[in-house]
Design a protein around this ligand. Structure first.
Ligand code: ATP
Ligand code: MG
Length: 416
């Protein structure tokens, strides 16, 4: 569409330029004819003769005119008239004129006049064509007609040049964007394929480590048991990371479809909190819950909803100060339930709050605190909330903890 629009604009611009040039030519011809007519009239009145009825002024070529006056012409008077008329009409152009002498059948006198004051001297044409159908006439030639018109044409030319330049830079920008898009797609495909390839070895390691842990020799040797546990834990971690990348890949490929079902919110949250509590306790943290008594049901995709809550709880633990103290609470209001997840962590500065939902965005202090991550967690959370039609917002201050607010519609009569 952009390219078509540009081509259209360029064609229009070209057409406009050609049309303007034609108009300038016409205007030039009109002005010159008018001036030459006045000069012819003055010569006729000086000679006290009549001007011929036809073929008075003839345009012999684009810059060559003949003027038929029907009486002898005094070259000095002619030059005086020509200079005066051209100056009066503000046509500061160079011209040559020549007076034809019918007695000798040759040009009697020719001269060059420069009204433009740009050049001092100019070679006069040695020969002028003769016109058999005329007797007393003089000719006027404009050798620098094109440059005179171009001079007048500077502004449209400059604008056209600017338009062409901006079009070219626009086209270059489009080309760069398309190339980068191609590179990004390639990169995305590569990462997705690569992470996908990790899945098979990860599940093999999981199977093997499960057997290893249950082996009697390992069970009896605390050192081996510890190593086997490390393999298992790190494998789970690796699997989670790979899942995270693959989840994003699924989101972007439009392959993902929500499997909505009615979920009993309180029991659902309690289950996730129970699982996450183990991680928190390892780091002397705690998750407390404050869920209202009245059973609340919401429509959600269980798997994605679980990932959303885990991601938020995971962040609360990752970005804590010393001991992570997190509170999960529910408030139901006007057919909606508001889920708050509030932590006592490092908080998020105002300017970062708008960006944390962007893909790959990580606040630099995240690195200072030596916390690793892809910057994909909240991007995923936001996408899932949008897909469900939920509102998510963050209330936080740098150094003063973070409160994530999630607004979900309540299902009145759930079919379970
Ligand atoms: P990933 O979740 O992909 O492993 P991540 O945690 O860095 O990596 P996000 O979950 O998208 O990525 O979070 C983006 C950034 O927002 C984080 O790097 C962190 O700086 C900031 N952030 C998110 N949650 C909190 C929080 N509860 N407290 C303070 N900062 C947070
Ligand atoms: Mg995260």
């Amino acid at each position: 569409m952009g390219t078509l629009a540009i081509i259209g604009l360029l064609v229009f611009q070209g057409f406009f330029l050609i049309r303007s040039w034609d108009l300038k030519e016409e205007e030039f011809h009109h002005n010159v004819s008018k001036i030459l007519h006045t000069v012819a009239e003055k010569i006729a009145s000086h000679n006290k003769t009549e001007l011929p009825k036809s073929k008075l002024i003839q345009r012999q070529s684009t810059n060559y005119y003949s003027v038929n006056v029907n009486s002898a012409i005094d070259a000095n008077i002619l030059e005086d008239y020509l200079v005066r008329e051209f100056t009066e009409a503000s046509m500061t152009i160079e011209f040559e004129y020549a007076v034809y002498d019918c007695a000798n059948d040759e040009y009697l006198y020719s001269n060059y006049c420069n009204l433009s004051e740009q050049k001092d001297t100019e070679e006069i044409s040695t020969s002028h064509p003769k016109f058999d159908d005329l007797i007393y006439y003089f000719v006027v030639k404009f050798p620098s007609k094109s440059s005179f018109l171009v001079n007048d044409f500077k502004v449209p030319l400059l604008f056209s040049l600017l338009t062409i330049l901006s079009m070219l830079s626009f086209m270059y920008a489009i080309w760069v964007i398309l190339r980068q898009q191609q590179m990004t797609d390639l990169q995305k495909d590569f990462i997705n394929n690569m992470t996908h390839e990790f899945k098979t070895p990860i599940s093999s390691i999981k199977l093997a480590s499960d057997y290893l842990i249950k082996d009697s020799k390992v069970e009896n040797d605390t050192r081996l048991a510890k190593y086997a546990d490390i393999i298992k834990q790190q494998n789970i971690r690796l699997n989670n990371q790979v899942e995270k990348v693959l989840n994003i890949a699924r989101l972007e490929k439009d392959q993902f479809k929500l499997n909505l079902e009615a979920i009993y919110l309180q029991s659902f949250l309690n289950k996730i909190v129970e699982q996450e509590q183990i991680k928190y306790e390892e780091q002397s943290g705690r998750i407390s819950v404050d869920l209202c008594d009245k059973p609340i049901y919401v429509m959600a995709d269980k798997l994605h909803f679980t990932n959303v809550i885990s991601n938020i709880l995971d962040n609360a633990l990752k970005y804590c100060k010393e001991k992570a103290m997190v509170n999960v609470s529910l408030v139901s209001k006007n057919g909606k339930v508001i889920l708050y997840i509030e932590d006592n962590g490092i908080g998020i500065a105002k300017e970062d709050q708008k960006k944390i939902f962007n893909k790959f965005y990580r606040i630099s202090t995240g690195n200072v605190h030596n916390v690793k991550g892809f910057g994909l967690g909240l991007f995923y959370v936001k996408n899932i909330c949008d897909a469900h039609g939920w509102l998510i917002s963050i209330d936080s201050k740098s150094g003063a903890g973070t409160k994530v607010k999630l607004e979900l519609p309540i299902v009145k009569n759930p079919i379970i």
